[in-house]
Design a binder for this molecule. Structure first.
Ligand code: 13P
Ligand code: SF4
Length: 333
């Protein structure tokens, strides 16, 4: 018989998504049908991040990573953009497409990484280091973007940093883990802002080692926001979008996916013949971002129906924040 302590210390069982899962082909629910109808009537486009819940991903026009979503937002030709992601993503859509109203189903869908770099602190740092070149990961507020020289996403960070003039000292904000990884990839020294994603740092060497022992043949695919000890165990470190291509092209049949677990839905749809194992933390079989998960299917329906809540932005700030995003879009083509 197991003692209470043994039960408390037992590792969580792995969460495995297989091709033959009967949930993979569920018909659309009534509320999803309603959303498709409202979308048509409002002439709206729904953009969703890869971490959104599966019922939202299924009714969206485009599901992708921050980079892909930025391009889609800039190109959107509709009367409204409903953004299913977190606040900085919807704000970015607003910045790059100022003529189209942008709605976010829950305005409290924030981001711990974005919060870790307040604009007044960055402004103070810049005042003391006037020659610094600021590369900002897109997971930051419009006010931080406005203080930056160029923006990057996890999908293009290496490319962007490689394009920064060689004679400039770089400050990378706000993610120290992504920054460290980019520095290792490019050989470029950078000062790193001490921010991190609360969800990705929950993956540990120990939690990933446990799942690797269970699935020794499954390649490990990790997001660069993970700690170095976890990235070092990975066969591939990449953005959520690149995860789809990696798993499609690789000969393996099963993969351990070390990022927010909503990613598995996208992978299941795009690579239906393969098996995906959610990267566990020390406490849980999967890892959900509490901010991403604030958007629900009901809130999405209500947003489409009532066209609220809307993302608003002062025009002067929007224009200042747009310049480094346009530089990124240009440099990463
Ligand atoms: P991606 O751009 O790779 O999708 O990452 C966004 C994000 O918020 C990761 O936590
Ligand atoms: Fe922010 Fe982390 Fe959530 Fe991504 S997963 S939105 S970085 S808190």
């Amino acid at each position: 018989m197991k003692t209470d302590q043994a039960i408390a210390e037992a590792p969580p069982p792995s969460l495995v998504f297989r091709p033959d899962d009967p949930n993979n082909d569920l018909p659309l629910s009534e509320i999803q049908e309603e959303i498709l109808d409202l979308k048509k009537r409002q002439d709206a486009v729904i953009l969703a991040h890869n971490y959104q819940i599966e019922p939202i991903q299924r009714v969206s026009d485009f599901v992708g990573d921050s980079l892909g979503l930025s391009y889609k937002a800039a190109e959107a030709d509709a009367r409204a953009i409903v953004f299913c992601g977190v606040h900085f993503m919807a704000e970015t859509a607003r910045i790059v497409n100022p003529s189209t109203p942008v709605y976010l189903p829950d305005l409290d869908a924030g981001c711990s990484l974005s919060d870790s770099c307040p604009a007044d602190k960055l402004a103070a740092y810049k005042a003391e280091n006037p020659d610094i070149y600021v590369v900002a990961y897109i997971n930051c507020s419009a006010a931080v973007k406005a203080l930056s020289d160029v923006i990057c996403t996890s999908g293009n960070a290496v490319k962007i940093v490689e394009k920064v003039p060689k004679d400039r000292k770089i400050l990378f904000v706000p993610d120290q883990n992504l920054g460290q990884w980019v520095s290792q990839q490019t050989g470029r020294q950078m000062q790193l802002w001490p921010g991190s994603c609360y969800a990705h740092v929950l993956f540990t060497q120990q939690s990933i080692e446990r799942v690797r022992i269970e699935y020794p043949d499954a390649p490990i695919v990790a997001h660069p926001e993970c700690l170095q000890s976890v990235r070092d165990m990975a066969d591939e470190v990449c953005s959520t979008e690149k995860m789809v291509h990696f798993c499609k092209d690789h000969s393996a049949q099963a993969f351990i996916i070390v990022t927010e677990s909503g990613m598995i839905h996208r992978l299941q749809r795009e690579v239906p013949e393969k098996t995906f194992i959610a990267g566990p933390t020390d406490f849980c079989a999967c890892n959900e971002c509490r901010y991403m998960k604030r958007n629900t299917i009901t809130k999405l329906r209500d947003t489409l129906r009532d066209l609220t809540p809307e993302i608003t932005l002062d025009e002067e700030l929007r224009a200042k924040a747009e310049a480094p995003i346009l530089r990124m879009l240009d440099w990463s083509r």
